[in-house]
Design a protein around this ligand. Structure first.
Ligand SMILES: C[S@@+](CC[C@H](N)C(=O)[O-])C[C@H]1O[C@@H](n2cnc3c(N)ncnc32)[C@H](O)[C@@H]1O
Length: 270
């Protein structure tokens, strides 16, 4: 019945969506629905109606569930944070390669949102420590809750600040997935993004590059010798962002493309 509702509404992945929604209502993993298709769903019926209505109106399922799997771990997401995207896992993956062999690297995440990037790295590197920065106190509250749930809260400091303001010390890696949408393009974004991700997480200024300019200007003062900077960029921004960092004195550039072949992450040393 759920799958049919999604199919009629024109969703291509209607079976998958039905499974996720049902699993969420039942409080089980989606795989359990496949393994036990005849399970009793009586008590979940009440939750399913409103959730189905939200899904049919275009709200992403991760928003309805309030959680998202990122790099194999469960993250809480609320309307105050960007829903972490699968491509951002590549930023984590590449930085992990660069940090291999370091026992206790210090990490800085600018614009941490749900904490997906930094908290994943802390979970992957048991002795790493980090600083999570965000201007949004509500986002930081979500990141804190995620840090507790992942058991890494004792290795992270949370700063409610504008980028580098309040940051002290040197870091082996600085990471950021900053807001990068040009302001004039915000209104034309697809509804699943425009209506559900916070504007504060999206608006990158006139040409979308404001945050990269500010990070390029500030980051070298906080990079330990040999340390890496890694940023996510929007479609078509990799060359401009690399040029900005190059002009600020960064070197050893590496650009990572996503599975669709788009240049998504720029890495360099200070
Ligand atoms: C694109 S989201 C990235 C969230 C998370 N790092 C991720 O990749 O899923 C950008 C984040 O930057 C934060 N932000 C916006 N302006 C900021 C500023 N001036 N200083 C620090 N953080 C800022 C937003 O609140 C938002 O959480």
């Amino acid at each position: 019945m759920l799958a049919a509702a999604f199919r009629e509404a024109g969703f291509e992945d209607f079976r998958f969506m039905a499974r996720l929604l049902l699993a969420d209502a039942l409080g089980v993993e989606p795989g359990e629905i496949v393994l036990n298709p005849d399970r009793e769903i009586g008590s979940a019926m009440e939750a399913l109606g409103p959730a189905l209505a939200r899904a049919l109106s275009g709200e992403p399922l991760t928003r309805i569930a309030g959680r998202r799997s990122f790099y194999g771990r469960d993250f809480r997401v609320t309307p105050d944070v960007l829903d972490p995207r699968p491509e951002t896992e590549l930023l984590v993956e590449e930085m992990l390669k660069r940090l291999a062999g370091q026992r206790s690297p210090r990490l800085l995440d600018l614009g941490t949102g749900s904490g997906a990037i930094l908290l994943t790295l802390l979970a992957e590197i048991p002795q790493a420590t980090g600083v999570a920065v965000d201007v949004s106190p509500a986002a930081l509250a979500v990141a804190r809750a995620n840090a507790e749930a992942l058991g890494v809260a004792n290795r992270v400091a949370f700063h409610e600040e504008d980028l580098f303001a309040g940051v002290i010390g040197l870091f082996d890696a600085i990471l950021s997935n900053p807001p990068y949408i040009p302001s004039a393009e915000l209104a034309g974004l697809e509804p699943a993004v425009r209506d559900f991700d916070p504007a504060l997480a999206l608006d990158g200024g006139l040409d979308g590059l404001d945050f990269y300019r500010r990070i390029a200007a500030g980051a070298r003062a906080f990079l330990a010798p040999g340390g890496w900077l890694g940023v996510e960029v929007g479609a078509g921004q990799a060359d401009d962002v690399s040029a900005l960092f190059g002009a600020a004195g960064f070197h050893d550039f590496f650009v990572r493309t996503d599975l669709a072949g788009h240049a998504r992450h720029v890495f360099c040393r200070g």
